[in-house]
Write a protein that binds this ligand. Structure first.
Ligand code: GUN
Ligand code: FE
Length: 432
């Protein structure tokens, strides 16, 4: 298949708004797709010349084609938690989230919500997500089975948690370990699935369970690890009471061998300089979840200052649904922009779109496969229309530059701006 449109993809993180060498833009571009892969990309005429004469052609002009969005932190069992009225993280978890996650003991319920989760990903242009399932192995089975059905590259894990939650949501150090191993054996590398080692956070794991996660991390050094870190002041205080021997919250995870280059730490809002240095040294990733941080009143993530440190911390961006309030990576970056404004920083539109695509792929160490339109990578891409709504079309009348078009997409855009979402070369949104 030959797909025609305005191509935009990143080669590295943009250093400034005029850093035109950080991205590739093709006004009349073509992508040649075969067997789920991009085999050629560039000016339409050149790619057309490479393609078979009878190759099917899909013309998306005048819309933009970008690599599919990547969401590096979400909770699929929280689709019916989104928009729950709570004062802060711990109240929200106890009042809404934990009771809701208990329902995922039923595999039929898990399968139903998994279908909805993938529908929303595709609707919003997200082709890869990194998600927490619930504590129940059935939830991970449902999550990965649905990914396999749709041919999507997805990362996820059975949550491990053995204290400070309702009985129906607890495993044990042994069952958490055994079931995580079973999920890895059944799903990792099957289709495009990646299993992540997933202790929920220090508050809900005993030291005995943390020892078991350490064992998993040693046995499976290539797997992603995901957990939560330094989201809320009360959470930080409670964690230091539960782990008095650790020098700070980050050190709890470091002590159990969980601080490394495949580790994704949700939130990281209130890190000390020592913690940021430790993250930097380990190559661990701080995952910014702006809509969630504002919704739960957790705080303002120092995205620009963490990246600009002498010892920079790797950062990714994510929705954190259902603490987050939108499935859209466009809306996510709109809120990220506003948080930086409150911190006296500017996040330019190229940086934002870098983060949603290549930046998140780099954070997952998957930029050889996704987050790019380079030949040889997966044909996961999204078609964006900056004039998708009446209000957007009106603003487009006076929009003259690519910079302004991207900023309009980010500021007013949502799923309506996503004209099509291609997964492994196949258009998925039209069929929803
Ligand atoms: N910390 C531990 N669990 C969660 C969760 O489900 N959502 C958020 N935002 N923070 C958490
Ligand atoms: Fe989360």
């Amino acid at each position: 298949t030959l797909v025609r449109g305005r191509l935009l993809s990143f080669l590295r993180r943009p250093e400034a708004i005029d850093d035109t060498a950080s991205y590739r833009y093709e006004e009349d571009g073509g992508l040649l797709v075969e067997d789920g892969m991009i085999v050629d990309a560039g000016p339409y005429a050149a790619v057309r010349a490479m393609a078979a004469a009878d190759a099917e052609e899909i013309d998306h002009r005048p819309h933009l084609i970008l690599p599919g969005f990547i969401d590096t932190h979400a909770h699929f069992p929280q689709m019916q938690v989104i928009g729950s009225y709570a004062a802060n993280l711990l109240e929200w978890l106890n009042t809404y989230t934990f009771p809701e996650e208990c329902r995922f003991v039923e595999s039929a319920h898990a399968a139903r919500i998994a279908r909805h989760f993938y529908d929303e990903m595709i609707r919003h242009g997200t082709t890869t997500a990194v998600a927490y399932c619930s504590v129940h192995k059935a939830s991970a089975d449902a999550y990965f089975a649905e990914a396999l059905k749709r041919g999507m590259r997805m990362v996820g894990g059975k949550v491990m948690m053995d204290r400070n939650a309702p009985q129906g949501l607890l495993d044990t150090p042994e069952t958490g370990y055994d079931e995580t191993r079973a999920v890895i054996a059944e799903w990792h590398g099957k289709g495009r699935n990646h299993v992540a080692i997933t202790p929920r956070f220090a508050i809900t794991s005993t030291p005995a369970q943390m020892e078991m996660t350490a064992a998993l991390a040693r046995e499976f050094p290539d797997l992603h690890i995901q957990t939560h870190l330094s989201e809320n002041r009360d959470e930080i205080r409670f964690t230091s009471e539960l782990y008095p021997e650790a020098v700070d919250y980050t050190d709890v995870y470091a002590r159990y061998g969980l601080l490394g280059p495949k580790s994704l730490f949700g939130h990281c809002i209130h890190l000390s300089e020592r913690e940021a240095d430790a993250m930097s040294e380990a190559g661990a990733v701080a995952v910014h979840c702006p809509t969630s941080n504002l919704f739960l009143g957790s705080g303002l993530f120092p995205l620009k200052s963490l990246s600009r440190r002498e010892r920079p911390v790797r950062v990714a961006v994510a929705t954190d649904v259902g603490g987050g309030t939108s499935y859209s990576m466009l809306k996510t970056m709109d809120e990220a922009y506003k948080i930086q404004q409150l911190l006296g920083e500017r996040l330019n539109p190229f940086e934002s779109f870098y983060h949603m695509t290549l930046g998140n792929a780099e954070a997952l160490s998957l930029s050889d496969r996704i987050g790019t339109l380079e030949p040889g990578t997966d044909a996961d891409f999204v078609v964006l229309d900056a004039g998708a709504t009446p209000a957007m079309a009106l603003k487009m009348e006076v929009t003259r530059s690519l910079t302004d078009e991207l900023f309009l997409l980010q500021t007013l855009g949502d799923d309506r701006a996503v004209r099509e979402t291609y997964v492994a070369g196949r258009p998925m949104k039209a069929g929803l």
